[in-house]
Design a protein around this ligand. Sequence first.
Ligand code: SF4
Length: 127
Amino acid sequence: MTEKKELTCIKCPRGCGILVETEQGRIVSISGNQCKNGKEYAEKEVTAPTRVLTTTVKVLSGTEKVVAVKSKEEIPKEKLLPAMEQIKEITVEAPVILGETILEDLCGTGIPLVATACVTRKRDKTI
Ligand code: SF4
């Protein structure tokens, strides 16, 4: 029996609607994509979906209380929630530099979590 899955390609702002037909878990047709990137996206989305995770991490002694972070590469979609649980437990000390590795191995994926912003250190109060 053929199963149909409708997707919206997220690889560029056009947002093409893509229809993927599968039979017993095997892709038999992909239509609606306007380019090969869309085909690749659809294949991956049906077989092994991945996403870049973006969130924030708590900062101590910083001019901001949190710093924006992201996974350096896409991680398996099923790892997003466990990764968020892991990130909730992290606190970094200011200063934080753009691109700095916050975590070497995000949730066993081998992919680092990196800062996407800077946070400077709060000046100590002087009397
Ligand atoms: S299929 Fe190609 S043109 Fe359409 S949204 Fe995806 S990347 Fe963009």
